[in-house]
Design a binder for this molecule. Structure first.
Ligand SMILES: [Zn+2]
Length: 314
């Protein structure tokens, strides 16, 4: 079954739904719903409360599952575009990996709202932030930190359905998790997959991310729902791996030659990958790879990286 990449809720089969948000660029994330025997699990919430409420209304209308019927939310990782609506489901337990829970507590939405408040005075980096995040309202969020955490693998049941949570991070972020429903051959990958958009590696190491893609392929799911972009298949997963291999090779050459992150980010030719959205994310990817090569465990200077992405975008 071919599912179009249009905004809305799509049943992929047997009580499993994907909620898609084109164009899949910055902040436009996907979510999922798993229902069985009167129980429901939501895979991720959206970037602000009003977007999340709109999604929950759609789920109530189309699937008969209202916000109060959601018993469990699983956050695939800590980024706000997957967590800022957690509080919209009053009764839900919120499950995340331990590493994600820690990351969530470190960056509350109020901090993002404060940055956006200043963005117009921050020059090109600020203008870039307004361009990519201006349509979201970080003053209107319903945050709720995880109520349950795990490391490694964790199995939950939704009605009679088994749902396996598989920690594959650190990769995109510190605590990425895959959500696998074996009996329905469906996997929600969170931001381990960006489809038709450029993956952004905040955490790394890159080998972990490549291995996470292998894990997805090994699970042989018929339905693969990425964190951003259209529903995909194994070739789609392999293309993302190809990108990671390619930028690793290219960044390594420039690191060995002594180029700065900035020069390397400008210099790397993305070829076919340049048609993917938000290609300027190469800046963050090079920075993360460089820190990996140098054994540098300090967190990146995020404001500086947004400045470099703004520069590359021009
Ligand atoms: Zn995301």
């Amino acid at each position: 079954m071919e599912i179009p990449f249009r905004k809305g809720l799509y049943e992929t089969g047997n009580g499993i739904y994907a909620y898609l948000q084109p164009d899949g660029g910055w902040g436009w994330s996907n979510a999922g719903l798993i229902s069985d025997g009167g129980e429901s699990l939501l895979v991720d919430t959206l970037f602000d409360a009003s977007l999340t409420r709109e999604m929950l209304k759609t789920m109530a209308d189309a699937a008969g599952v209202g916000a109060d019927d959601i018993g469990v939310i699983v956050n695939t990782h800590a980024n706000g575009d997957h967590t800022h609506g957690n509080g919209c489901c009053q009764h839900a337990e919120v499950i995340a990996s331990k590493a994600s829970a820690l990351e969530m507590s470190e960056l509350p939405a109020s901090q993002l709202a404060a940055i956006m408040e200043q963005a117009r005075m921050m020059g090109p980096a600020g203008q870039y932030l307004v361009d990519i995040f201006g349509s979201f309202d970080f003053t209107d969020v319903e945050e709720k930190l995880p109520t349950q955490t795990f490391t490694g693998e964790h199995r939950v049941k939704v009605g009679n359905k088994i749902v396996d949570l598989i920690e594959v991070g650190p990769a995109h972020t510190a605590g990425d998790v895959l959500v696998h429903v074996p009996e329905d051959s469906t996997i929600f990958t969170g931001d381990i997959l960006f489809i038709e958009g450029t993956p952004i590696m905040w955490a790394g190491p890159v080998a972990n991310w490549i291995a996470a893609c292998d894990k997805i392929i090994d699970l042989k799911a018929d339905t693969i729902v990425p964190g951003h972009g259209p529903i995909t298949d194994v070739p789609g997963v392999r293309r993302l791996q190809d990108y990671l291999h390619y930028i690793d090779q290219e960044a390594r050459k420039r690191y060995d030659a002594g180029l700065s992150v900035r020069d390397a980010a400008h210099d790397i030719r993305l070829g076919d990958f340049s048609s993917w959205g938000d290609s300027e994310r190469i800046a963050v990817n090079v920075s993360t790879l460089y820190r990996e090569y140098g054994g540098d465990t300090k967190p990146p200077d995020v404001v500086q990286l947004f400045g470099l992405m703004a520069e590359l975008k021009q």
